[in-house]
Design a protein. Sequence first.
Length: 414
Amino acid sequence: MAYDKIVVPQNGERITVREGSLHVPDHPILLYVEGDGIGPDITHASMRIWDAAVQKAYGGQRKVAWAEIYAGEKANALYGTYFPDETLDAIREFYVGIKGPLTTPVGGGFRSLNVALRQELDLYACVRPVRWFPNVPSPLRAPEKVDVVIFRENTEDVYAGIEYMAGTPENEKLARFLREEMGARFFEGAGLGIKPISAFGTKRLVRKAIQYAIDNQRKSVTFVHKGNIQKFTEGAFRNWGYEVAAQEFADFTITEDALWKEPHNGRVPPGKIVVKDRIADIMFQMMLLRPDEFDVIATPNLNGDYLSDAVAAEVGGVGIAPGSNIGDYMAVFEATHGTAPKYAGLDKVNPGSLLLSGVMMLDYIGWKEAGKAIIDAYIRTVEQKIVTYDFARQMQGATEVKTSEFASAVIANL
Ligand code: NAP
């Protein structure tokens, strides 16, 4: 495909999909969006580390061919729009990319670029691993007990954007229908929102979560829902989740109910993953008090939004929490924090979130050795108390360094 502003690297090769799986050449074209605000600082720093780790792990046999694509302010300057069509075309063609944070004006302006990206490309699973790294400041007494991977549904729930403003003709029409034909009762002048949760949307998310648990030897998958109150949406999510486990993964899973009955009596049969569910509000307490009871988590959109930031806060905050949005094959990895505009261009912030999202990306394309090299070097660097300002202010005796200096320290530790 011909692009207007995107330069496809000549030395790179396309990732392809054959027989239902991703095929990654030795010089794959990977896409990146610098992002707004602090985006360029953390992107440049992280890219140096990703490249150095790949070089270290594969001695020049493998190398990423980076192609810059555009969204946000840089896109607006180049194309006169914040979200050019060819950015989407490039992701459809090359499958895998990583992005820095993008500005979303509050209350009006354009809709969130992040939400648009997920919806346009049907990146239905927002996957966020949350674990503690030694020496990273945490408010918990035993942060090492936190090691979960949250699969948040990305396309449904109240996030689907089906909302009608109070006072509009659409709102009044819907209110009349709900009252007169469905017998619903609610206050006059209420804004109305619809919360669709489907078997299709739930099952493809849960399928991904269980498959991940199998592929990565995880112990359990927990459905987090509010099904006690919202029975036909959140409750249905839970039921459909169990259906996927029973119908598609019977050889690999056991439900918590079955586990505590004869003949198992609480002993997990070898090779089985425990499938269980928890109501969302108690889950927040449990993730603080007994986080080691949880492993892979699958949850609808809004629960997942709250839960992933809350759990990230237990182990160092969104400054180091990685994230990704994954569809059937396409995947966009991303920093989970925003653009932190007051620090833009100061070479100051923590690149950890984007850096570790890049580790997820390397894992996703099967370059696990490079990802592991980065994790080890990252742990060593923080152990040496070489950190950016955000960690330095919470650590005794830390050496505060700039974003780029932190990258150099990690590279030295590779
Ligand atoms: P934010 O940019 O995440 O910044 C909030 C605070 O978090 C910062 O002031 C800073 O705390 C800390 N922080 C964020 N990134 C950090 C990093 N890499 N290292 C260290 N500390 C970091 O949130 P916001 O101010 O609410 O949002 C700003 C803009 O970003 C908005 O336009 C919002 O819509 C957008 N946003 C984009 C995304 C995305 O693209 N995925 C996500 C969230 C928000 P201190 O002030 O304490 O140092």
